[in-house]
Design a protein around this ligand. Structure first.
Ligand code: GLC
Length: 691
């Protein structure tokens, strides 16, 4: 009897685990090894060559792919290995290429730069968890997110996808988004590795930079994000670095990423970023993405041939596949197969709104022009399609809004367009909150000036469309409109919807300036709530706003040959500090509707760690959010986002990342302030030489 019972148990467990690698009690690397050993060479080759998930130049993806998606890697049914279904990107589920089906309309977070401007890692996690849930519900188990390239170039067309100029802020915010995405048992990437810091000549420029400086800036941002988010995959970039294409740079992939950092996941290429077979495979590329974008299918037949002729060792193919399987097991892709279902878009709209609200930066507020009083009698709302919606950035990360484009037909209508406006109208949001106010709208011209002349306040919305594959001008087309309105209404407030820093020649002529970035699905609501003071203005700049492009390290954009970052790790505010330049608005800057005091700054070495503490107090009349920042050796070393009631104090303790400790003659100086340029308190601590 007992034998029969045991046999039944064994059969049950065996059938439940058709394969030994199905045992979730085993560590992911063990499970990967077991699955690898069961594979034929052709099955291994299946996993390293991806396909485009949408239509392109006559290519049509197989039925199993998710039509309109970025990528698809067939699975191995015999072994219970599912396909990799890949969707873009960092703000939500995007649609790529020319799809035969309806585009996927989903929830969009505000831009990555807006999330960085919240300085709130919990919001970054929540946003990642939300878009990862929508990816999973749409049938995807890989999200091509985690853009963390530093803002060396304020004109970079993809700055809106990233998280600004500082490695600690960018790495922390993007690392938390990645963790949020992967909390859905799907894989997130981190991208674009590395130094893809401009779009001009992105397929051909060769970045030159001192290696140590790179490890103190761009590569440090990747490292910090990977420590916090543990992404299953790294996407290598289009450009060359140190003379090799990033996806065939052994220094970047084998030496730094895999050997020095111990990365156990897999390196996938960007779409069209593979230029060889053996060189790329031996340099550390593990998977060719969307081979339809490359000059030839390098990791298909050519790889099979390279294995036969010894150009690529069979052990290297095993390592490629082992890494892919490791990422799948480690992130639950195999144990939690995706199933297509509806998402809770109402709940998700609230998630993106909270993010957008906290990312909005109040840059100027003269004579308390803001918040708008509910008693305001006549209000002029002008420009920026504020009557219809809010702008989004263009390219592969663009999410098609639920209910469609609020302003269809704006050029370019094809990739990296269409120019997208999420149908969350700031005008409608203001009207719903100001029932007793006469609110007029005008797109521009004389009508706008006349409307402003007769109003108690005028809000001018200005937009700057930026997109993947093109770099932008910092000059706003709407500058003349702002100047004309400011000339007739002393209470002119400008709301900027931009992909990054913009020039503001009218900043001295207006009463209020609000940077709203690309505020996502609920952006109009978020803008209205900040303008009315329903929530405090609590965003802080994740990047410096220059007075002019001549203040930047490379006023002339180089789009071919070497791009030499001789500023090294002096990125953003560190450059302005080193050159003694005064920007328009500094890194970390932003106003609140309340006022805060900081005191009691102390620093100690406690159990081998540098610990800093201080007290923040809300000395204003209303609840508000404060972002006190710590700087060591002129660079951001820590911060805290605080919500404080009037009169409330909070003691803050921050442990400084050892990599950011900078001691002169054994003494480390820590400064506390409200931006990189407004540093109010200093503390020093003796640091042992071993530190
Ligand atoms: C794009 C982008 C990358 C994106 C991929 C798939 O060209 O560089 O960020 O994930 O291709 O669309």
């Amino acid at each position: 009897m007992r034998i029969a019972f045991t046999a039944v148990l064994f059969c049950l467990s065996a059938s439940a685990m058709a394969h030994p690698w199905d045992d979730a009690k085993l560590p992911p690397d063990k499970r990967a090894e077991l699955a690898l050993k069961a594979m034929t060479e052709d099955e291994k080759l299946t996993l390293v060559a991806g396909q485009f998930g949408s239509m392109k130049d006559g290519w049509e993806p197989p039925a199993e792919a998710r039509m309109g998606s970025a990528g698809y890697v067939p699975g191995i049914t015999r072994l219970g290995i599912p396909p990799l279904w890949e969707t873009d990107a960092g703000v939500g589920v995007a649609t790529q290429g020319h799809t035969r089906d309806k585009v996927r309309e989903r929830t969009s977070l505000p831009s990555g730069l807006a999330t960085a401007a919240t300085w709130n890692p919990q919001l970054a996690f929540a946003g990642g968890a939300m878009i990862g849930a929508e990816a999973r519900d749409a049938g995807f188990n890989v999200m091509l997110a985690g853009g963390v390239n530093l803002m060396r170039e304020p004109r970079n067309g993809r700055n809106f996808e990233y998280a600004g100029e500082d490695p600690l802020l960018a790495g922390t915010m993007v690392g938390n988004e990645i963790a949020g995405i992967q909390s859905n048992h799907i894989i997130s990437t981190i991208k674009h590795y590395a130094l893809n810091d401009q779009e001009s000549g992105r397929h051909s420029v060769n970045v030159q930079i001192d290696e140590a400086a790179a490890k103190q800036s761009d590569l440090l941002a990747f490292k910090i994000a990977m420590e916090k988010g543990n992404p299953g995959s790294v996407m290598c970039a289009y450009n060359l670095v140190w003379g090799d294409y990033a996806c065939e740079s052994s220094k970047l992939l084998n030496d730094i990423l895999k050997k020095q950092w111990g990365f156990k996941g897999f390196v996938m290429s960007d779409w069209g970023a593979v230029y060889s077979t053996a060189k790329a495979a031996n340099a550390g590329l593990d998977q060719e993405s969307a081979l339809q974008f490359d000059n030839q299918p390098y990791f298909a037949e050519p790889l099979k041939k390279a294995l036969q002729d010894g150009g690529v060792a069979k052990a290297r193919l095993d390592d490629m596949v082992r890494r892919i399987l490791y990422a799948m097991f480690a992130n639950g892709v195999i144990d939690h197969p995706v199933q297509i279902k509806d998402s809770d878009y109402m709940a998700h709209a609230a998630v993106t709104q909270a993010d957008a609200e906290e990312g909005i930066v109040l840059l100027k507020n003269q004579n308390n022009a803001l918040p708008l009083s509910p008693a305001i009698h006549k209000l002029a709302v002008i420009g920026g399609h504020a009557d219809a919606g809010v702008m989004a950035g263009g390219g592969s990360s663009m999410v098609y809004p639920i209910a469609g484009n609020a302003v269809p037909g704006l050029a370019p209508t094809d990739w990296p367009g269409p120019v997208m406006f999420h149908p969350s109208s700031p005008l409608r949001a203001l009207k719903s909150r100001l029932p007793n106010t006469e609110i007029g709208f005008a797109a521009g011209g004389e009508e706008a000036v006349n409307l402003a002349r007769q109003a108690d306040a005028a809000i001018v919305f200005v937009t700057q469309w930026t997109a993947e594959s093109i770099d932008a001008s910092l000059q706003l087309a709407d500058d003349p409109l702002v100047a004309a309105v400011a000339a007739v209404n002393p209470r002119t407030i400008v709301v900027v919807e931009s992909g990054g820093p913009v020039l503001m020649p009218w900043s001295g002529q207006v009463a209020g300036i609000v940077e709203a970035w690309y505020p996502g699905t609920s952006g109009g609501e978020a803008i209205a709530r900040v303008l009315l003071g329903e929530v405090d203005a609590s965003g802080r700049l994740p990047a410096t706003f220059p007075r002019g492009i001549e203040q930047t390290p490379h006023p002339v954009l180089v789009d071919k040959g070497d791009v030499t970052y001789d500023e090294g790790a002096m990125v953003g505010y560190r450059w302005y500090d080193a050159k003694g330049l005064t920007p328009l608005y500094p890194f970390g800057y932003g106003l609140s509707y309340s006022r805060f005091k900081h005191d009691g700054l102390t620093a100690t070495i406690d159990n081998g760690k540098l610990k800093v503490s201080f007290v923040a107090t809300n000395i204003g009349e209303r609840a508000g959010k404060d972002v006190p920042q710590l700087y060591v050796g002129g660079r951001l070393a820590g911060w805290q986002k605080l919500e404080l009631k009037p009169g409330q104090s909070q003691t803050v303790s921050v442990t400084i990342d050892r990599r950011l400790v900078n001691a002169m003659n054994g003494v480390c100086e820590i400064k506390l302030g409200t931006s990189s340029r407004d540093l109010e308190l200093t503390a020093s601590v003796r640091v042992p030489p071993t530190f």
